[in-house]
Design a binder for this molecule. Structure first.
Ligand code: PMP
Length: 430
């Protein structure tokens, strides 16, 4: 058993002064049967070290952003350079242009971009822009998808809210809840029916094109194409939330891998090298709706700050290295096979959704294609599995609704060690 003496001490201290002891609810261990979260002291490559000096192979990747590992020298150098030359100007700086060009070059659907400080801000603004552009108010979203923590999208939200068993947040007004219509993911007919009824009032549909927030779930063939067609037939905009998927499976957005192009896209996480970041963009015709050119206001004292810009540029430079996405996907396939094999060996019904360098393990015997499927899996067993893996020195997300993320720092030795841990953890589940 790993010892967590200092971690427990700090968790108790934290809970006196920080709500729930955490600055984001997903970090608590509520979704895995309780207990104190582990307090980490430092990261190095693919590893995290806690305050008791236990080492973990990390697949949380800070819920996604750490795709290049914890202290990639190229990114560290960029951050130090930015710190040395002033962390915030409140004026334009050249790195904003360089980063914007890198993104618009990598993502053809986007002529222009705006940087924000989080994925939440990015998605929130795409909604405002869609409303300003179409002069309509309703938004459609898919149940169990998570788009950040602004009011409108905390209706049937996945990820953290699902983990805590509260998909609708307190504090969201009935008026706001009425502005959003929720339909099941991967269900064209439900979407068509909603749009036939409400389409003339719908400003846009929010879509995680590949879901990352009730685990990794791929679109069924034709689903995204149908969503695009139906949305456009009704004069509404398609908004992709690529906060998890951007630069996850390829250098660029996942929309170009899937061959389905939205009108607006929100970005975040992996584009920032671990610093606070978000971005949104699209064609000039739509983006020029944003202030100071147009009526949709969006701003930010910290937006486009030199630290995030230079870390982001360095991160994208690192992600251009040939072969990295193939290697992450190969490792993810190996982990998937190890999980399925261990499930078979111990007669534990196990399903793994693996997409590129990401995967989710579900304890169930049915496929996971939508949120209802993901809910209907063994939460208690996941909790036991999570804790058994942690005890073997493997750090996963503490929720059955999250994903494992490979990083470019994982090695074959890490994967082999993880496979051994999987075997041991499954043996403990019986
Ligand atoms: N959209 C998606 C798809 C996400 O997964 C998240 C975060 N998990 C967000 C938006 C919100 O991003 P942030 O936490 O940076 O505000």
């Amino acid at each position: 058993m790993l010892k967590h003496v200092q971690s427990d001490r700090l968790a108790n201290e934290a809970s006196q002064v920080i709500v729930g002891g955490v600055n984001s609810p997903s970090r608590s261990f509520k979704g895995v049967g309780g207990g104190n979260p582990v307090t980490m002291a430092r990261g190095d490559g693919a590893y995290l070290y806690d305050v008791d000096d236990n080492r973990y192979i990390d697949y949380l990747a800070a819920f996604g952003p750490i795709i290049t590992g914890f202290n990639h020298p190229h990114i560290v150098k960029a951050i130090k350079r930015a710190a040395d030359t002033g962390v915030l100007f409140g004026t334009p700086s050249e790195h904003e242009i360089i980063f914007a060009k890198m993104l618009t070059d990598a993502i053809p659907s986007m002529d222009k971009v705006r940087f924000t400080n989080s994925g939440t801000e990015a998605v929130m603004t795409t909604v405002r822009v869609a409303r300003a552009y179409t002069n309509r108010e309703l938004i459609v979203k898919f149940s169990g998808q998570y788009h950040g923590h602004f009011d409108l999208v905390l209706v049937e939200a996945g990820s953290g809210p699902s983990t805590l068993g509260a998909t609708d947040s307190g504090g969201v007004t009935r008026g706001t809840s009425k502005e959003v219509i929720t339909v099941p993911y991967n269900d064209v007919e439900s979407y068509r029916a909603v749009m036939e009824k409400w389409g003339s009032q719908v400003a846009g549909v929010l879509v995680e094109p590949i879901v990352g927030n009730f685990g990794m779930v791929a679109p069924k063939p034709g689903f995204l194409e149908a969503v695009n067609d139906i949305t456009h037939e009704h004069g509404a905009l398609v908004i992709y939330d690529e906060v998890i998927t951007n630069f996850r499976f390829r250098y660029g957005a996942v929309q170009d891998m899937l061959g389905v192009i939205p009108d607006l896209t929100a970005f975040g996480k992996s584009i920032g090298g671990g610093l606070p970041i978000g971005a949104y963009g699209g064609p000039s015709e739509i983006m020029d709706t944003v202030a100071p050119l147009g009526p949709a206001y969006q701003a930010g004292t910290m937006s486009g700050n030199p630290l995030s810009m230079q870390a982001g540029i360095a991160c994208l430079e690192v992600l251009q290295e040939p072969g990295i996405y193939e290697r992450m996907a190969d490792f993810a396939v190996q982990l998937k096979e190890a999980l399925l094999e261990a499930g078979k060996k111990q007669a534990i019904p196990t399903v793994v959704n693996q997409i590129g360098g990401s995967l989710t393990v579900y304890f169930t015997d049915h496929p996971i294609e939508n949120y209802a499927d993901a809910k209907d899996t063994d939460t208690e067993r996941f909790g036991h599995f999570f804790k058994a893996m942690l005890d073997e020195g493997i750090n996963l997300a503490p929720s059955k609704y999250e994903a494992w993320f490979l990083t470019i720092m994982h090695t074959q030795e890490d994967i082999d060690e993880t496979k051994r841990a999987i075997d041991k953890a499954f043996a403990k589940l019986v």
